[in-house]
Write a protein of this length. Structure first.
Length: 534
């Protein structure tokens, strides 16, 4: 066992040999090593310590195993490679990235045809911020693994995805070193639902013989000739992992297609925000994201009864979406489900229903985003989702600013929730919110908790606007520390004692507020538990 979830490779490498008519796997490690040797036994003990989380002990045992290896034997070289790989992983999780890099290099020297040391090298380079080197090692590992198993390993695909996203978050495009695909603007035809016009310069026209210089796709790629597309959908069809798609200035059309993002690509609009606009008229999302990718600098004007962007998948789906304007006229702005963990930075998100809807066990993060102009809630967290918001503004929504329900969690830091026509933050069922240094102001209600909801609030300013500043249901609980609360705190005697924590000051109003009447909008009675709290 390797201790990091991909130890089966090592387990195969040290398995005792049994009679077989098959040829040994190319690049197989330790295929002739006796497991009963002291060095191999020490390594296994190190693996057991690693699996229990005792990384320091594992590191020590791997060192003893290396000392026990005999110099000069080919079998020992293979064994040392595996041990160095294991120790590299232990150092990596201990935060000793330089040491992890050195051990990974030694492993690669001992077993140059083995793919695992390249994985360790890529991981160490990623941790050290050497993104281009990390990509280089990962790609080399893919090549070696192809020779070993006649197929690419998903582990390298996932590692390359991780490198690309981390690098992009830090301003590098090292993970997107493939070809560049230009998407031409449809111009005036965009408003008619058409793709960019055909061009004899860039497109293969009917009955026209291609120039022999560019007849081969391999020649095009080798010479770095640009690739052109007439729509975003066509560009995605032409793209491979690691490619970049540039939407040129002007207006583009979705042409009714869903762009399934199942490749590691970077999609960017040319110029400044709104220089490249996608006019999309669909009843299905423009983007259905199922893979780590980066989307930047796009103005998406979506007309249709659906969300503009849907993100689904497991925890490996971690797209980065930044500096975008995302608007839907008939559905949610973005819908995030599964176990996906996207990051939105510096985006404006508008929805006809909710601007943001998180469900399943998704884990989205929003940084410096403006969530506004939804006809329902600004943010709706459902199921077991966990929404994290840093320095965001949730404003001018027709109902609540933020709704957390069922077993969801919302964590807010330095956020402003204002000018919404329902409560600023509304928590129900068994949902929880954590708020630090936030402002709730000018909504119809401040922080409201229902059922068995919980809130932990530190250093916040809470005003109720035309209704109660804080409302705590009988079985709900809130703890407010170092907060300034202006308005009515409506709670049971027990709830009040718990809610007003150390350093919190409550300033009453001259005229006490009351609950709004259930007439329309945010306060219209709706018995559906999936849309309202009642």
């Amino acid at each position: 066992m390797d201790g990091d979830g991909d130890g089966d490779d090592d387990a195969r490498d040290i398995a005792p040999r049994t009679p077989s008519n098959r040829s040994p796997r190319v690049g197989s490690v330790m295929s002739t090593v006796d497991e009963t040797r002291r060095a191999a036994r020490l390594r296994l003990r190190g693996n057991e310590a690693f699996a229990k989380g005792d990384w320091a002990l594992a590191h020590g045992l791997y060192g003893e195993a290396l000392d026990a290896c005999e110099d000069g034997s080919g079998d020992d070289a293979q064994l040392r490679a595996v041990i160095y790989c294991n120790r590299s992983r232990a150092l990596e999780v201990m935060g000793e990235h330089e040491g992890a890099l050195m051990d990974a290099k030694r492993a690669a020297e001992e077993a140059p045809k083995w793919s695992k040391p390249r994985r360790r090298l890529a991981e160490a380079c990623l941790s050290l911020g050497s993104y281009a080197l990390a990509v280089e090692h990962a790609r080399r590992g893919e090549e070696l693994l192809l020779r070993e198993e006649n197929d690419h390993s998903k582990s390298f695909r996932d590692l390359l995805d991780e490198i690309a996203i981390v690098a992009a978050e830090n301003g590098s495009v090292a993970g997107f070193d493939g070809k560049l695909i230009y998407v031409r603007s449809a111009g005036e035809d965009a408003w008619l639902g058409r793709e960019a016009p055909l061009s004899a310069v860039f497109d293969e026209l009917e009955e026209e013989k291609p120039d022999p210089v560019f007849a081969s796709g391999e020649v095009i790629r080798a010479r770095g000739a640009p690739v052109h597309a007439r729509t975003l959908h066509e560009a995605m069809e032409k793209a491979d992992d690691g490619d970049r798609i540039l939407l040129l200035r002007g207006t583009h059309n979705g042409c009714g297609y869903v762009v399934d993002v199942e490749k590691r690509v970077l999609i960017r609009g040319e110029g400044s925000l709104r220089d490249a606009t996608v006019d999309c008229r669909n009843n299905s999302p423009l983007f259905r994201i199922k893979r780590a990718c980066v989307i930047q600098n796009l103005d998406v004007d979506f007309t249709g009864f659906c969300e503009t962007t849907r993100i689904v998948g497991d925890s490996r789906v971690k797209p980065l979406i930044e500096n975008c304007l995302i608007k839907s006229s008939g559905g949610d702005g973005v819908a995030i489900g599964g176990k996906s963990a996207p990051t939105f930075r510096n985006c404006k998100i508008v929805g006809n229903k909710s601007a943001i809807r998180a469900y399943g066990r998704s884990h989205p993060t929003f940084v410096d985003c403006n969530v506004t102009l939804a006809t329902l809630q600004g943010v709706l967290a459902m199921k077991e989702s966990r929404v994290i918001m840093h320095e965001c503004v949730v404003q001018a929504n027709e109902e609540d600013g933020i709704v957390a329900m069922e077993k969801s969690n919302v964590v807010m830091n330095k956020c402003i929730i204002q000018d919404n026509k329902g409560p600023g933050v509304d928590v129900s069922d068994k949902a929880k919110v954590i708020m630090n240094d936030c402002e709730i102001d000018a909504n119809v209600g401040g922080l409201w908790l229902w059922d068995e909801a919980n809130a932990h609030v530190i250093g916040c300013n809470i005003k109720g606007g035309t209704s109660h500043a804080v409302l705590i249901d009988v079985n709900a609980r809130a703890v407010c520390r170092k907060c300034d609360i202006v308005g009515v705190v409506h709670a049971s005697e027990t709830g009040m004692k718990v809610a007003i924590g150390k350093g919190t000051v409550v300033t009453p109003l001259d005229v006490p507020t009351a609950l709004p009447r259930e007439l329309k909008g945010a306060f219209k009675f709706d018995p559906c538990q999936f849309t309202r709290k009642q």
